[in-house]
Design a protein around this ligand. Structure first.
Ligand SMILES: [Zn+2]
Ligand SMILES: [Zn+2]
Ligand SMILES: [Zn+2]
Length: 452
């Protein structure tokens, strides 16, 4: 599971734009700020959609185009600005979006969905389990009761829910905001969960007389302890405080307080458990492969994915031998063109180096017997690239993809050559869009093309 934070702040954000307290001033001094809490799981599942969530994604260079499920905790305006559905409506050719949330949240979405919009609204209540199917597999989502209305005076808060999400790769996340201290029933509902990541409301910091449906540092500490006793949190769980407001001490002091109880803070746009992805492009013999190998060799574990054909003749075998000899011994070589499968199985602390996309695309079109059918070839290439991009978005490892720059040489003389150049150009453009970084290698020299 790759988790990306679209925001980690409270409703008013941190700093509060109208406030000059010491906590707000220290945030302004640091040049940082925190926007309404929302998160992106892999590239397919989004949790909460406050007023800044879409802009946050764009600021980080992330796209929401592959989001297939939007989970809403409740209808408070920092968690739901349904106009996001209108911005999505303006883009054609997007697939189906399922929106899941309590009655009041779903009701606020209705006016923002057009009659032909591929959007389905689902009302959920605590205790339900959703099977959220996506291009990456099925996410199992248990809907949990929140304790967001402890004083019984807010219908929206009363309906608020939390989410316990198990990704197709088995990683398990608790999205725990907005809520005050967990009751024993709430803790019982996640007993033995052994979460990988727990995101937990810690709105009020050192202010303890707030009388709201949120945690402060004292009640946050109690909830973490309770979750430990039921084995929802164990020594491997990454516990992250979210929905942070200026009632908290300055970040350095807050981080120290949280470290004492085994929790931490992360900045907005933090990319947790996720990969850095890089596309390395260049002409034939430009030095792109050796550059990519140098980049990868800094990691202790490298999976080298060879997409090439088995050696056909002596000269080619010799080339392959030379290639292999150059690779450091801690590289594990696998031969495959099922790149989504390779990426889905990659581990968090390794680098996957794919060399190269050009041959992968050739073999993908081969496998579909599509060389004489341009429409089929395009359909095949688009489908393969779409699933590759989705797997990149979810991959836990760092990924380096090597490809050939098209169009700088002569225009191919035959039709299938020209068709292939078109498809590779399309593939490269989509991968460049999806990757965090793009480098062009020319005469052995890497030139940075994109950094995010
Ligand atoms: Zn909130
Ligand atoms: Zn303040
Ligand atoms: Zn709320």
């Amino acid at each position: 599971m790759r988790l990306r934070m679209l925001g980690t702040g409270s409703a008013d954000g941190w700093p509060n734009p109208f406030c000059h307290c010491q906590s707000c001033e220290s945030m302004r001094m640091s040049g940082r700020h925190r926007q309404a809490t929302a998160a992106l799981v892999d590239s397919t599942l989004m949790i909460d959609a406050g007023p800044t969530a879409g802009y946050a994604a764009s600021a980080a260079g992330w796209s929401l185009a592959s989001v297939e499920h939007l989970l809403l905790t409740h209808a408070h305006p920092d968690h739901l600005a349904p106009s996001l559905l209108l911005w999505r409506q303006w883009i054609s050719r997007l697939g189906e979006l399922h929106v899941w949330g309590p009655q009041s949240a779903i009701d606020s979405c209705r006016d923002w969905v057009g009659p032909d919009d591929p959007v389905t609204l689902h009302v959920v209540t605590a205790g339900e389990v959703i099977a959220a199917r996506s291009a990456l597999g099925t996410y199992q989502v248990s809907v949990l009761a929140a304790n967001h209305d402890p004083y019984g005076n807010d219908v929206i808060a009363e309906q608020a829910v939390l989410f316990d999400i198990t990704a197709p790769d088995g990683a398990r996340l608790l999205y725990g905001t907005d809520t005050a201290a967990f009751t024993s029933d709430m803790a019982e509902s996640v007993a033995e969960a052994h979460f990988d990541i727990v995101l937990l409301d810690e709105t009020f910091g050192t202010t303890v007389d707030h009388r709201t449906g949120h945690h402060d540092l004292d009640t946050f500490t109690q909830t973490v302890a309770l979750l430990r006793t039921v084995n929802a949190i164990d020594e491997h769980t990454d516990v992250i405080a979210i929905h942070l407001s200026h009632h908290n001490p300055p970040e350095g002091e807050l981080a120290a307080r949280l470290a004492d109880i085994g929790a931490r803070i992360v900045p907005d746009l933090a990319d947790i458990g996720g990969a850095r992805s890089r596309l390395v492009t260049g002409g034939a013999r430009s030095g792109k492969s050796s550059y990519a190998e140098v980049l990868a060799s800094h990691s202790r574990a490298v999976t080298y994915v060879a997409t090439g054909y088995p050696a056909l003749d002596e000269e080619w075998q010799e080339r392959l031998r030379a290639h292999r000899a150059r690779r450091p011994t801690h590289f594990t070589t696998i031969e495959s063109i099922d790149l989504p499968q390779v990426l889905n199985h990659a581990r968090a602390n390794e680098v996957v180096l794919i060399d190269c996309i050009t041959v992968w695309l050739t073999r993908t079109i081969d496998a579909a017997c599509a060389w004489d059918d341009p429409a089929l070839a395009r359909h095949t290439a688009v489908g393969a690239v779409t699933s590759l991009v989705a797997s990149l978005g979810a991959c836990k490892a760092d990924v380096i993809l090597v490809t050939n720059e098209v169009g700088s040489g002569v225009i191919p003389a035959n039709a299938s050559g020209r068709m292939f150049a078109d498809l590779l150009g399309m593939t490269n453009a989509q991968l460049a869009q999806a990757c965090d970084a793009v480098d062009l290698v020319v005469v052995g020299q890497p030139i940075p093309i994109k950094r995010s």
